[in-house]
Design a protein around this ligand. Structure first.
Ligand SMILES: [Zn+2]
Length: 449
């Protein structure tokens, strides 16, 4: 897949509805077509922002609180069972009080607010969380009961790294903020439904994703949802994050249509984006919302790679801060992870092979590889290989954790350190040295940028 990203036009806002600033990554239907992407208009809000305003206004003001555990009754929750299985998006009907004060011996949950309740004994439950938030109830073996977990509240953001110019890191959200964000996302999907009617759409919820789709359920359950879960775990590893933590604001929303018609209506009507050949788009908003819109087409593995590639752009957007990273690195990470998660898609392998061939013939990455606002089509394969090379390379310091320097490299850039300096600090290399070493690893001597 081939895509290009737009640029940031407005600084992030913690409380305002996002403006027109969004990273846009349009993915081509075919990996073999010439690349062309699109930047979002930098002025004026697309109609989508109006829907987001409505969705936000419809979130109830009264949200549950740990002071009154009964206030969680009737809320959608994610229940993690002892074996690690997740029951996502079920409704918590009732907590059954235990012998000791502040403990609960069971929880009655149902599929949807009016579903038949099923009583889960405390022993079967590891934890219960509002969607997107930290668990509010955890199992305690000592008392053989569920107990209310202390609310960490809105944690302070990590300080910027030494040498960083400035840091506008994403704020860590409290339970109530995360819960409100998920409610808002579900309201938003209802608003989108009014604009893009499609009778077959169904909502699926996993721990980190809201999947809204008319694709047959078996594909979502056996392919696409597992792809995204794998992507989340592997990117957490690459970025040095704890996979138990929620990186998203709420959850990442995946709007996946079966056919191109609904996707085209969505993009043209709500974003004024008219690109009939695009198969997916990552809408990364300045308030932290990530919405991936796409359609499945005919090749499930190709679509899987599109989905992972686009969602990875959302992940990178949410890593540390909204600051943009160079195009080669951004696209390289998305291509690399798509290749890791969907090895069945041969398109990425072919792109890598073609890029290697071209580098061998020309002895160069193309001249503009490191500086291009959007790297060219053939450079996607080179970018994916270079990210792979960086992930396998030792760091400038071989002591302790910095022996895995990739996340340090990206983190420094996200904190405002120029990427060349970040490279030097994390890997002890200049861009020319990186190119030379990368070329050597491919058997291409004296490769130039
Ligand atoms: Zn991309």
């Amino acid at each position: 897949m081939i895509c290009r990203s737009g640029r940031a036009a407005e600084p992030p806002s913690r409380k305002n509805i996002p403006g027109a600033w969004m990273l846009f990554c349009a993915t081509m239907f075919s990996g073999f077509l010439p690349a062309w992407g699109e930047e979002m208009p930098s002025t004026g809000n697309p109609p989508f922002v109006q829907l987001l305003r409505k969705a936000r206004a419809a979130v109830p003001k009264e949200l549950p609180t740990r002071d009154r555990p009964a206030s969680y009754h009737g809320c959608p929750v994610d229940v993690t069972l002892t074996g690690g299985v997740l029951r996502g998006g079920v409704t918590l009907q009732k907590l059954v009080e235990g012998k000791a004060q502040g403990t609960y011996s069971a929880a009655a949950v149902s599929n949807g607010p009016s579903g038949r309740p099923e009583v889960l004994g405390a022993r079967r439950i590891r934890e219960i969380a509002l969607p997107g938030a930290r668990p509010f109830l955890v199992y305690q073996a000592k008392s053989n009961a569920l107990t209310i977990a202390p609310d960490a509240g809105a944690a302070k953001g990590k300080n910027k790294l030494p040498g960083a110019k400035s840091s506008v890191r994403w704020p860590e959200l409290s339970e109530r903020q995360q819960y409100a964000a998920v409610l808002e996302e579900k309201n938003l999907l209802q608003e989108i439904d009014r604009e893009v009617p499609n009778a077959g759409m169904k909502l699926y919820e996993t721990r980190r994703f809201i999947f809204y789709s008319d694709i047959p359920e078996r594909w979502i359950a056996t392919l696409y949802a597992p792809y995204l879960d794998q992507m989340y775990g592997k990117l957490c590893q690459a970025y040095g994050l704890d996979p138990q933590q929620n990186l998203w604001r709420g959850k990442a929303v995946i709007l996946a249509y079966q056919n191109p018609a609904s996707f085209t209506i969505f993009e043209t009507k709500l974003f004024h984006f008219e690109r009939p050949s695009a198969q997916g788009a990552a809408h990364c908003l300045s308030d932290g919302t990530v919405l991936i819109a796409c359609y499945a087409g005919r090749d499930p593995h190709y679509f899987g790679a599109v989905l992972v590639h686009e969602t990875a752009h959302g992940f990178t957007h949410r890593f540390c801060s909204p600051r943009r990273i160079p195009s080669w690195l951004n696209e390289g990470i998305s291509e690399w992870i798509a290749k890791q998660v969907v090895p069945q898609d041969q398109g990425i392998n072919r792109k890598v092979q073609r890029a290697v061939q071209r580098m061998r013939e020309s002895g160069s990455l193309g001249g503009d590889f490191f500086t291009a606002e959007h790297i060219g089509d053939w450079q996607y394969g080179a970018a994916a290989s270079m990210v792979d090379f960086l992930l396998r390379s030792p760091g400038a310091s071989r002591r302790g954790k910095s022996a895995v320097p990739f996340h340090q490299f990206v983190e420094l850039i996200k904190d405002g350190v120029p990427w060349e300096e970040s490279l030097q600090r994390a890997y002890g290399m200049t861009p020319a040295e990186l190119t030379w070493n990368f070329g050597k690893s491919l058997g291409i001597p004296n490769l130039r940028p």
